[in-house]
Ligand binder design. Structure first.
Ligand code: ADP
Ligand code: MG
Length: 504
């Protein structure tokens, strides 16, 4: 018997929450929210996720969604602007071997492919101080989880249906803007990140114009995030059945990649398949290049006719020092003529500074020293676990005579609103009813001809929500700090948390 919504009737689960957790885990395991177990690649385990969607402000979400195509264009144009790229990277090119090498590859090899494919992810946190969305970083390489984020929405829909059936209320009715009342389940937004990434890849493949060519995923050895990556392969195959895919590491390619100096095509041994697209899920940190041969592979790919996702210049545009450079006067406006749009993009910039200018260096060091807890010190590295927080910053400041500080940007620390949720992790390490914060990533795709400036595709495609406890500084799902999540645009923000709460 189901009971009607009634003020005297608290919305609580009839069943213990462990029952819902078990349901959610089974759903995750059987619907492919999986990664491989470290040190045992024969076994899969679930990717950590939240039990129900986090409450979020629809207007803030809509805002970052609405500016993503402009952001796509901004980064695309920036990546083609050698002068601005060089100015923004000039202080790190001589001292950071990794950036220096990428820069030299970019500057020395000729461009033989005008088609550029970019699969971006723009990460934000909502800042409680200003109530604005602030950009955390813009990812131009290996933007992960487009293949899994839609599965989290499916899990949440199933969990809500399961749980709400076991509450005193059948369904939550809520008002959202001018639309008629909708249930929490209906309000879980569709997430097309995967399908749209696949569409962009297929468009680039068609533009390469050799239907017999293949797509190469460049991966790390012992890759764990295989479901995310293979989901993209499956999604492309759904659109275009007969494309061949290969997943190879730099080490494998140093034996198996053939570069034809006459046609500038690249081929794979032993099949002799011509490579139309190289999609990089490796190559974003120095450790991925274990020896000189790996760098040679990167160089051959860059100078080949293959379409690269990303090109070296697009990767360079994603370094954090470039993010800081974009905040300087006139840079955004150089690429985004529409003043209103440029202003909206600027409104997402957190306050940032660098230490490369002799005139301001000491003043910036002093600002940081006096306000250690108000800033995050971020090096030009990707993949999580690199930033310095609070007292970790001090030793770097004490070494400030050397070059070390020039490798970092300081970014104002963002404090997002806190919500209560349940984090479901493998091996029963769940955290039920913990205080958490969210980071929202917006996916964008671009397929362009950089010689004619034609935009074949420029789209905002989907979103990623990563949630972590308030006492965790770092982020990242693969690194174990965050879990995958989804959003609930309910005005009564704590409603779901209450239902799942075991407290009376
Ligand atoms: P990475 O390239 O390693 O992913 P990020 O810039 O995304 O670098 O930083 C890693 C994590 O650190 C983010 O996911 C976020 O949780 C946290 N973080 C980064 N910048 C800030 C900031 N300005 N304020 C608060 N947290 C931050
Ligand atoms: Mg990040």
């Amino acid at each position: 018997m189901s009971m009607k919504k009634n003020k005297n009737c608290p919305m609580r689960l009839h069943w213990p929450i462990e029952d819902v957790v078990a349901f959610a885990k089974r759903y995750a395991l059987t619907h492919g929210l999986l990664c491989l177990v470290p040190d045992n690649l024969d076994q899969a385990t679930m990717v950590p996720f939240s039990l129900f969607p986090s409450p979020y402000s629809y207007s803030h979400f809509k805002f970052i969604w609405s500016i993503q195509t402009a952001y796509n264009r901004l980064y695309n144009r920036l990546s083609l602007d050698d002068e601005v790229l060089e100015r923004s990277l000039s202080s790190v090119i001589p001292i950071d071997d990794f950036i220096g090498r990428l820069w030299r590859i970019h500057r020395t090899v000729p461009r033989r492919q005008p088609i550029q494919l970019d699969l971006y992810r723009n990460d934000y946190m909502r800042d409680t101080k200003t109530d604005k969305m602030r950009q955390i970083e813009f990812n131009t390489i290996s933007s992960a989880f487009a293949g899994l984020t839609g599965t989290v929405a499916d899990i949440h829909k199933a969990v809500l249906r399961y749980a709400l059936d076991n509450c005193h209320v059948r369904e939550l009715k809520i008002n959202e803007e001018n639309t008629s009342s909708k249930s929490s389940i209906d309000l879980i937004l569709p997430n097309n990140a995967l399908k749209k990434s696949a569409e962009a890849m297929v468009k680039a493949f068609e533009l390469y114009n050799n239907p017999r060519a293949c797509i190469l995923f460049l991966i790390v050895p012992n890759e764990r995030n295989v479901c995310d990556q293979n989901a993209l392969i499956d999604a492309v195959e759904k659109l275009q059945l007969n494309i061949r895919f290969y997943s190879k590491t730099f080490e494998q390619l140093s034996d198996e990649l053939e570069y034809d100096e006459k046609t500038f095509n690249i081929y794979l041994k032993p099949s002799h398949d011509e490579v139309a697209i190289v999609y990089f899920r490796a190559g974003y940190i120095p450790d991925h290049y274990t020896d000189e041969k790996c760098w040679l592979v990167r160089e051959y790919i860059e100078q080949s006719r293959a379409i690269k996702c990303p090109t070296a210049r697009s990767q360079l545009a994603g370094f954090k020092i470039v993010q800081e450079y974009l905040t300087r006067e006139g840079i955004v406006e150089k690429y985004i003529e529409d003043k209103d749009l440029a202003g909206k993009i600027r409104s997402t910039f957190a306050s940032m500074f660098t230490f490369d200018d002799e005139q301001t260096r000491n003043q910036h060091i002093e600002t940081l020293r006096r306000n250690l807890h108000d800033y995050v010190l971020k090096p030009n590295r990707e993949g999580g676990g690199n930033n310095k927080y609070d007292d970790e910053i001090l030793p770097i400041l004490q070494n400030s005579n050397g070059n070390e500080l020039s490798n970092y940007i300081a970014m104002e620390k963002i404090h997002p609103p806190v919500c209560s949720t349940c984090l479901i992790k493998p091996n029963g390490k769940h955290l039920l009813h913990v205080e958490c914060i969210n980071e929202i990533g917006i996916y964008g795709t671009m397929v362009t001809n950089v010689e004619t400036n034609e935009e074949y595709i420029n789209e905002v495609t989907g979103y990623l929500v990563r949630t972590k406890t308030t006492d965790t500084n770092e982020g990242g799902v693969a690194t174990g700090y965050s879990v995958l999540d989804c959003l609930n645009f309910n005005e009564n923000t704590s409603e779901l948390a209450k239902i799942f709460s075991q407290k009376a």
